[in-house]
Design a binder for this molecule. Structure first.
Ligand SMILES: *Cc1c(COP(=O)(O)O)cnc(C)c1O
Length: 354
């Protein structure tokens, strides 16, 4: 039976990407060799890396604007410390909108002073703070564009003269933004781009080299840039599969096309959450994420019935994160509107039944 995969991460990717990637595991480009058994220094793989890096910049509209794209390892979690290692000398500002921001703050504190500019921790992160004051003279400001666990998404980013650093792990390539407002963007591949194992880092080169600290090679952005993202063996399969997803994205019309579809999907599920008296949304309405919709059952007694109906309908991965409870429907780029409609139908069926 076809599964509707609402998993928050690792998560759904386009079917055609799965097909192409599995073909390349057995025989890459009719070479008689697998993509995972050839040298990462071979032309075949270097071409993959270069295409992935240039597609990332092209899709974000950052070509020729002084940015470099890297595919690194260690997940977004390594970027929490790597960003600070490379950029934090005296003081950085962080916007705390969820567990991932909180973890980024913890890591940055190893390298310098961290000011929490704003936080929504007081309400279990169910909203995005607004109207806060942004201090001047910060080394950078860090924010999390989409809060995967809580289902909130930043619509208005902080305005300041300090470089803006953003963890876009769970909404990269999902909506149109002026990406040139950001000096550093990072995203673990496994939410909206590829399998786990690589992290996209997009960095404006002129913010680097401004601090006095010595940086170990593997954690130094400048080293990775100078080596074309091939300082050491890259995660070849994760980069290849991410490249396939980026090709797919470009073919479908790029971020603009994704945004249109993502808005339709989000509208569909949120209108059911709002109209169906059995469900309640978790996140503040104006801050709702188009990627992760979080909601709970008003009457927990219906949980068993609803879970069974979901299972029967092939709905996978809708359990909420333990820190929120309830349900979370993650609707990344590759999710079709038909899958969202299948979940919405089941929510409606529950109402008719109850
Ligand atoms: C999943 C996630 C992370 C953690 O990514 P890893 O690659 O597992 O380190 C960080 N930030 C956000 C917003 C996420 O959704």
């Amino acid at each position: 039976m076809k599964k509707h995969n609402f998993s928050a991460g690792p998560c759904i990717l386009p079917q055609e990407v799965f097909k192409e990637a599995s073909k390349a595991i057995l025989d890459y480009n009719d070479s008689g060799l697998s993509i995972i058994e050839i040298s990462h220094r071979s032309k075949d793989f270097v071409d993959v890396m270069e295409e992935a890096r240039s597609l990332a910049l092209e899709l974000l509209g950052l070509e020729g604007k002084g940015y470099k794209a890297l595919f690194l390892q260690g997940g977004a979690s390594t970027q929490f410390l790597m960003a600070a290692y490379n950029l934090l000398e005296s003081k950085a500002g962080y916007i705390n909108t969820g567990s991932w921001s909180d973890k980024a703050i913890k890591e940055a504190k190893f390298f310098g002073e961290v000011v929490e500019i704003a936080s929504s921790k007081d309400a279990n992160y169910n909203y995005i703070p607004k109207g806060y004051e942004v201090p001047v003279d910060l080394d950078y400001i860090h924010c999390t564009s989409n809060n995967t666990i809580f289902g909130t998404q930043i619509k208005d980013f902080p305005i300041s003269n300090s470089p803006l650093v953003c963890d876009m792990s769970s909404d990269i390539f999902s909506r149109q933004l002026d990406f040139s407002k950001f000096s550093l963007i990072y995203a673990g591949a496994q939410k909206n781009m590829g399998p786990a194992g690589t992290t996209l880092v997009v960095i404006k080169e002129d913010i680097l080299g401004k601090i006095n600290r010595q940086i170990p090679s593997m954690l130094d952005y400048q080293v990775h840039i100078s080596k074309g993202s091939m300082f050491n063996t890259p995660p070849v399969f994760a980069v290849y599969t991410s490249m396939l997803t980026l090709r797919w994205l470009k073919k479908l019309g790029g971020i603009a096309a994704m945004e249109e579809l993502n808005e339709k999907k989000a509208k569909l599920i949120y209108s059911e959450i709002d109209l169906n008296p059995l469900f309640k949304g978790f996140a503040a309405k104006e801050d709702r994420s188009n990627m992760n919709a979080t909601f709970t059952l008003v009457n927990e007694d219906l949980k068993e019935t609803f879970d069974a109906m979901c299972k029967e309908g092939g709905i996978n991965g809708v359990n909420g994160h333990r820190s929120v409870g309830g349900y979370r429907a993650s609707m990344y780029n590759a999710m079709t509107i038909e899958s969202v409609a299948a979940l919405v139908d089941i929510m409606g069926d529950l109402e008719r039944k109850a």
